[in-house]
Design a protein around this ligand. Sequence first.
Ligand SMILES: Nc1ncnc2c1ncn2[C@@H]1O[C@H](COP(=O)(O)OP(=O)(O)OP(=O)(O)O)[C@@H](O)[C@H]1O
Length: 248
Amino acid sequence: MIRFQDVTKIYGRKGKPALDHLNVEIDRGEFAFLVGASGSGKSTFIRLVMREERASSGEVHVVGQNVAKIPSWRVPALRRSIGVVFQDFRLLPNKTVYQNVAFAMQVLGKSRALIKTQVPEVLETVGLQGKEKRLPGELSGGEQQRVAIARAVVNRPSILLADEPTGNLDPSTSVGIMSILDRINQNGTTVVMATHDHDVVDQMRRRVIELHEGTIIRDEHRGEYTTGMIPVIADRNVPPAERIEEGQ
Ligand SMILES: Nc1ncnc2c1ncn2[C@@H]1O[C@H](COP(=O)(O)OP(=O)(O)OP(=O)(O)O)[C@@H](O)[C@H]1O
């Protein structure tokens, strides 16, 4: 579904690579966390998948296409197969919950009839039924993020990219957001989520790809936020080294 083949990204003409000869593959239906310190390359990864940025070298394949070879007039079609959620929600402040979600369908020219059936359905999935007429300013942070998720998935993308979706939310609200993302993933959408949220990653136990200065230093199938090599988790029963092997 997403394949990075020896991908290097250098912003500007020269300087330190934001991604450095990255090789990774994320399969259809997977849920993968991207973790790593600030500046390790997580957002760059996401921007390359959306073709918001282009690789300096190497190939990025998304839904079977080499994104560098997609002509610019077909980039919108690529983006239609990708839903995106950000830390700061990015809702239209003067439109209601319903209108924010419906707008994502209108811009694609979807029929009124389809909008009328699909918007309420997706608002129910994210638990916002009854709040259709509210403006974003009349919602809590968690509810605003639910609107953003509804908008990202209403056109049924095959990939959902989430860049720090729980970054502005308290822990209990984050749990609700994660269960929605989990459900979306269970329905077949590939989810890639960049995060600094230890609790969320540790609770979900999904694939964890850890970046450090643009390279992958860990890729575990049922990983935690921190590597098993760090002594902080020495109180667990299984020795750290074994736990890493188990995850591979
Ligand atoms: N538009 C840009 N122009 C120049 N350098 C950039 C640009 N965007 C990112 N970088 C650099 O690329 C590197 C990777 O940044 P990136 O935003 O991908 O990291 P990140 O892991 O998402 O960080 P954070 O967790 O803080 O969001 C950093 O050194 C950053 O300064």
